[in-house]
Ligand binder design. Structure first.
Ligand code: NAI
Ligand code: MG
Length: 786
């Protein structure tokens, strides 16, 4: 007779397939094909393409390829519905969102099965993770709708939002986009991913069931062409995109100069860092959830394991043993760990990248996978930090395994990609774990955990993983705008400065020849030229004619000042107070300087006094504009930290030369950024007078760098510079378009505004909104309890 342990050893899994009949009969009823969901109804199916279930290769439905006409109709219906939707009270909108949440729960099983059929991900995940998070997201945002007037006073929806989602979490990504948009009073045109449009269409049915007013939500099916048509349409007011970094760049360029706010949630190559003192068994389970969850098709997947050399052999052994136990197969089977890859195209992509990795010297250890659209769980060792597998997003169940010696090594390796979406840190030493969490460049860091999500915490990337957050207060903020309280006239275009021919300038009329200010030192312009700065009677001074080279030097100097970002808020406040004090001591001099450049005395006085006020205000904020602790999952503290963005380029408006500069540079440095600023092109001298004030105020070298000269040309270099993390630009509409387009290179955050519209002397000239622009939020999840 076999012993109990023999039985347990040989126990095989029987099939435990989820019953898919309800979904199959719904699909059969609609076998003629699905139209788009526009203006509260489904359009007649046309120009159909097949939707496949990747696990079986079978066609499960036919959906319509959205053409320009469909895009136009959807946008028009969203436009027609928007005013009425925004006019409802937050409470009224909340009721619809609650109803959606409830209906999602009622249809939970249906949605889970449909998602699994369409996408290939295990039913275990759609049932326990995707769909519950969808409901949670709508509940949470019903709450924001309810509280909108209290929590976001004076803010308004953008209007019609164009939203484009990927195929890896089809319904969840819909929820992340639709819930905040509707809560804020926007209407939506959403394009589902071509591989996985089915749950979005089912969601259209839910919108009908709850009686969502017509046109508030419109759903298009189609491929990238439909997406491009939607983003390119002049009738939209906001774009939110989740998908590849490549398409993110295309969209950044396509929306440049159109005054459309953009949020991008892009790829990642997230590190999974295991320290020697980690609970190795827990860390191994962590890897399972990090890279073998959803077949590794997760933007924040922990795809690079960095393990301390001391425990690497043991950890690797445990991990490989665990990997061999993973069951890959029919995703409808409730005891399957990994399902199918979303589409054969994607499978080819994974094979191709892994093939390249092997050519570059990687050795693979793989689990097993059935025939068809499946890929085995894979560990790649011997991967060099600069190689394909270590830098490119594979978007499959493939993880690299690299060792490190010291925590500094681990951080350097962790930050050695262009991405910055997420990170996972494993250590039983909370001091170490939090220290590393602070040093890793990522929008989300999980300590002794991975892939945790909640509607109450923001999610989104640093660097080339995109910008903007989804979830939480920041996520709501992305769907709201604060209109300027007073709207000024756009500044007339200032002529680009030209090098001054020395002979025209007589020494008697020239007050001063200003240099640049780079790395805490006055520097001559690389061009060797200066340009005239005009006062009431001709040229009054000369300023350096800055060029690309000066900008590059300034960016380098700004990088060296990164210690400023680590200083305490209190330290930064002290420096800003000191700055205020020193400027105050020279108040009269600054007023006279402005006056000498055609500014009426009273106005000059106001400008200097407001500048002083800014110094005090941002000094006061330096240790107060802090983060939050979010209420997410039980047994986790979710810390939302405000971190500086890094090096910020600032191109100042022409008018109000001193105040414009101060209003932008002060919030940036108060939050720990270092700045490369281009002061007012026509009147840079009140800013160049600040050099001594900066020096005497203990502003560390490189924190503020100033390059005078042609604004647009210099701004272009800054906007295109890969080591600049954000670009603020106040200038012409063409300049705004240029900056936004150039920023696509490293996907830096931009704030481009037509100069003159904002009155820097009034309430729009200072506030928390500036501090928000100057920070990025990192969410750190820390577990507690046994
Ligand atoms: P993709 O970025 O092309 O697709 C995402 C969405 O964008 C889809 O709805 C698609 O139809 C749409 N789209 C494509 N081109 C567009 C355009 N020019 N304008 C507007 N919308 C457009 O991603 P794809 O090709 O499906 O996957 C390729 C790779 O992208 C993956 O291997 C993975 O590395 C990455 N990816 C990352 C995702 C993430 O969540 N970060 C999600 C999906 C893919
Ligand atoms: Mg499919």
């Amino acid at each position: 007779m076999p012993s109990v342990s023999d039985i347990l050893d040989n126990l095989d899994y029987g099939p435990a397939a989820e019953d898919a009949r309800v979904v199959e009969s719904w699909l059969a009823e609609n076998s003629a094909g699905f139209g788009h969901f526009i203006n509260g109804a489904f359009t007649a199916p046309e120009d159909l393409f097949d939707v496949e279930s990747p696990a079986t290769g079978k066609v499960i439905a036919k959906v319509s390829q959205g053409d320009p006409e469909a895009v136009k109709t959807a946008i028009e219906s969203a436009r027609a519905a928007q005013t009425g939707w925004a006019a409802l009270s937050g409470h009224e909108r909340a009721k619809y969102l609650y109803a959606i949440a409830r209906h999602v729960q009622q249809h939970a099983r249906f949605l889970a099965v449909l998602e699994t059929l369409d996408n290939g991900k295990p039913i275990r995940e759609t049932r326990d993770i995707d769909v519950p998070l969808v409901a949670r997201h709508f509940y949470h945002h019903a709450g924001w709708a309810e509280l909108l007037e209290d929590e976001f006073p004076g803010q308004q929806p953008h209007g019609v939002c164009a939203q484009i989602i990927p195929w890896n979490f089809p319904l969840l990504m819909l929820a992340w986009k639709v819930a905040p948009a509707l809560a804020a009073g926007n209407t939506v045109v959403l394009k589902a991913a071509e591989y996985t449009p089915m749950t979005a269409l089912a969601f259209g049915k839910i919108a009908q069931e709850v009686g969502l007013p017509k046109g508030v939500l419109n759903i298009l099916t189609g491929d990238g062409e439909t997406g491009a048509e939607l983003v390119g349409h002049s009738g939209i007011d906001k774009v939110a995109f989740t998908g590849s970094t490549e398409v993110g760049r295309v969209i950044r360029k396509q929306t440049a100069g159109r005054g459309i706010p953009l949020t991008l949630e892009l790829g990642g190559k997230s590190p999974f860092i295991v320290f020697a003192d980690a609970d190795l068994d827990a860390a191994v389970e962590g890897v399972v959830d990090a890279i073998w969850f959803n077949q590794g098709q997760v933007c924040c997947a922990g795809s690079r394991i960095l393990v301390a050399e001391a425990v690497a052999p043991r950890f690797t052994e445990l991990l490989k043993a665990r990997m061999q136990k993973l069951r890959v197969g029919n995703p409808l089977d409730k005891s399957i760990d990994m399902g199918a890859i979303v589409h054969p195209v994607q499978l080819d992509r994974i094979r191709d990248l892994v093939g390249k990795g092997v050519e570059e010297g990687a050795t693979l250890t793989q689990g097993t996978a059935p025939e068809g659209c499946f890929f085995p769980p894979t560990i790649a060792e011997g991967v060099e930090p600069a190689s394909t597998l270590a830098t490119e997003e594979v978007f499959g169940p493939v993880v690299t395994l690299t060792t490190f010696r010291t925590p500094e090594d681990a951080v350097a390796l962790a930050n050695s990609t262009a991405y910055g979406l997420a990170a996972s840190v494993w250590s039983e030493n909370v001091n170490l774990a939090l220290d590393i969490a602070a040093k890793v460049q990522a929008g989300v860091v999980w300590v002794n955990a991975t892939n945790l999500f909640d509607a109450a915490a923001g999610f989104g990337g640093y660097r080339e993983s995109g910008f903007g957050r989804e979830g939480g207060r920041e996520g709501m903020g992305a769907y709201l705008k604060s209109p300027l309280k007073q709207l000024g006239e756009p500044e007339p275009e200032a002529k680009a400065p030209e090098a001054a021919p020395g002979t025209q300038m007589s020494a008697t009329t020239i007050d001063r020849t200003a240099k640049m200010y780079i790395g805490g030192k006055q520097a001559r312009p690389d061009s060797g030229y200066v340009y005239p700065v005009h006062g009431s009677h001709g040229a009054k001074g000369l300023a350096g004619l800055g060029s690309r080279k000066d900008i590059r030097n300034a960016v380098e100097a700004a990088h060296k000042a990164s210690g400023w970002g680590k200083a305490t808020g209190h330290n930064r406040a002290q420096v800003l107070y000191y700055l205020a004090e020193n400027l105050s001591a020279r108040r009269t001099e600054f007023i006279e300087r402005l006056h000498s450049f055609k500014m009426p005395a009273e106005q000059a006085e106001q400008e200097v006094d407001l500048t002083l006020r800014r110094c005090f205000w941002y000094a006061a904020q330096a240790d107060k504009f802090d983060g939050a602790v979010h209420s997410t999952q039980s047994s986790y503290v979710t810390l939302a930290m405000h971190e500086p963005i890094g090096v910020v380029g600032v191109a100042c408006p022409d008018r109000l030369p001193l105040l414009g500069f101060a209003s932008l540079v002060l919030p940036a440095i108060a939050m720990g950024n270092s700045v490369v600023a281009i002061p007012s092109q026509s009147h840079p001298l009140s800013v160049t007078d600040l050099y001594q004030v900066l020096e005497t105020s203990d502003v560390p070298a490189g924190v503020v760098n100033i390059v005078t000269g042609p604004r647009d040309e210099l701004a272009k270099t800054l906007a295109a510079h890969d080591d600049v993390a954000a670009m603020w630009f106040f200038g012409t509409p063409q300049g705004c378009a240029m900056v936004e387009a150039e920023s696509a290179g490293n996907l830096k955050q931009t704030w481009a505004e037509v100069a003159g519209l904002r009155d820097f002397t009034g309430p729009d000239g200072q506030g928390r909104a500036f501090l928000q622009k100057a920070t990025q939020v990192k969410n750190i999840w820390v577990p507690y309890g046994e």
